[in-house]
Ligand binder design. Structure first.
Ligand code: FES
Length: 99
């Protein structure tokens, strides 16, 4: 089990190996946007992984394709629904959407 810190609120959520960041974020922010329900089609779950990037799965081709279509994407951008916890280190993410 690792900890995921959510910025800017500073909330800390416990996460298990294999759990998606979307699932982790929803524990603390039930209204977090995830319009396509985790299918990498909407881009509404766009976040930044600020720390512990090696503690989540690598970006897939499908995820990269969707990120390419979004505005405001940076080197730390991920889709929360496509990023799973590896359980090797704690992670800090920035919530970019307004909820
Ligand atoms: S919930 Fe739609 S891309 Fe993640």
């Amino acid at each position: 089990m690792v900890s995921v810190t959510l910025a800017p609120s500073g909330a800390v959520v416990e996460a298990n190996e294999g759990e998606t960041l979307l699932s982790v974020i929803l524990k603390a922010i039930p209204g977090f946007n995830h319009k396509c329900d985790g299918k990498a089609q909407c881009g509404s779950c766009h976040i930044s992984v600020l720390e512990g990037r090696k503690g989540v799965t690598k970006t897939t081709k499908e995820e990269n394709s969707k990120l390419d279509e979004l505005v405001g994407v940076g080197s730390k951008s991920r889709l929360a629904c496509q990023s799973s916890i590896l359980g090797t280190e704690n992670v800090k993410v920035e919530i970019l959407s307004f909820v």
